[in-house]
Ligand binder design. Structure first.
Ligand SMILES: [Mg+2]
Length: 266
């Protein structure tokens, strides 16, 4: 999706370079903070397909150290399901908000503590899935709570995909769904929850409750979380495209990993 659809996030070209790199000194002592991290495009480099992402061993070590030093107040916040998150980070398990807020888990290794999502209607899912046939290179991903159409390998199909999604929605006006534009991905999920609602729920419980969170995210869906950080006296950091109103910025996931490693070693 292009930048005019992306709300708070301005394109690299139009945004003056006024947001400073995120300094670790902004972050209070680790015993006072909750660390909230988007996964794709934030912790991990984006891959041609969602299955190809890779967790560098040094990152796995950093995250484990930060988990210990925050007494478990580190959570992954993703559009991926908890199940998918666990496969990516195996054998390590973390507290998480999954499925764009559909699922929330306070401790690694446990089942979801809450599940918000009804399953997507089967007929709707079938019709949305057929959109992948518009062009070679469109990848369909059933994320459990949502359906994602990836077009990184078929960028020319972007408009046709969104047109077709709009047409299907118009034909099924009763379906409580919403469309999430992302980086070379069009995602369709049930309405009624977001990453922000998932984070709000997470922050109501120990070990997160009462801590000052900081959230790092790179995409349009992360803006909802940036927006609620002040409610918790927290901080928000963007990655890649510069988001407006954040406390700091990273150019790439590699910079996020270096920042977290510095925090872990502090
Ligand atoms: Mg992301």
């Amino acid at each position: 999706m292009t930048s005019e659809n992306s709300g708070l996030i301005a394109s690299d070209a139009s945004e003056p370079a006024e947001i400073v790199p995120a300094p670790a000194s902004l972050v209070p002592h680790l015993r006072e903070v909750a660390i909230l991290l988007d996964i794709d495009g934030t912790l991990l480099d984006l891959a041609p397909t969602p299955r190809e992402v890779w967790v560098p061993p040094a990152l796995a070590e950093t995250l484990k150290t930060l988990m210990q030093r925050t007494s478990g107040a580190l959570a992954l916040v993703s559009g991926r399901s908890l199940n998918d998150i666990d496969l990516i980070f195996a054998p390590d398990v973390y507290p998480a908000v999954g499925g764009h807020g559909a699922e929330m888990r306070l401790a690694g290794g446990s089942e979801a503590d809450s599940v918000k999502a009804p399953p997507l209607d089967k007929e709707l899912k079938r019709r949305l899935a057929a959109i992948a046939k518009l062009s070679q290179g469109i990848l369909l991903e059933d994320k459990g709570y949502s359906l994602a159409l990836h077009y990184r390998l078929a960028p020319q199909a972007e408009q046709a995909i969104y047109d077709e999604v709009s047409r299907i929605r118009a034909e099924l006006p009763e379906a409580p769904i919403e469309v999430l534009p992302g980086k070379c991905v069009c995602e369709i999920k049930p309405a009624g929850f977001t990453k922000a609602s998932g984070v709000r729920e997470l922050m109501r419980h120990a070990p997160f409750k009462g801590r000052k969170p900081f959230f790092i995210g790179d995409d349009v869906t992360d803006e909802s979380v940036f927006a609620i950080m002040p409610d918790f006296a927290g901080l928000s950091f963007s990655v890649g495209r510069r988001a407006l109103g954040v406390d700091g910025h990273f150019d790439a996931p590699n910079d996020v990993r270096a920042f977290l490693a510095r925090l872990a070693g502090r």
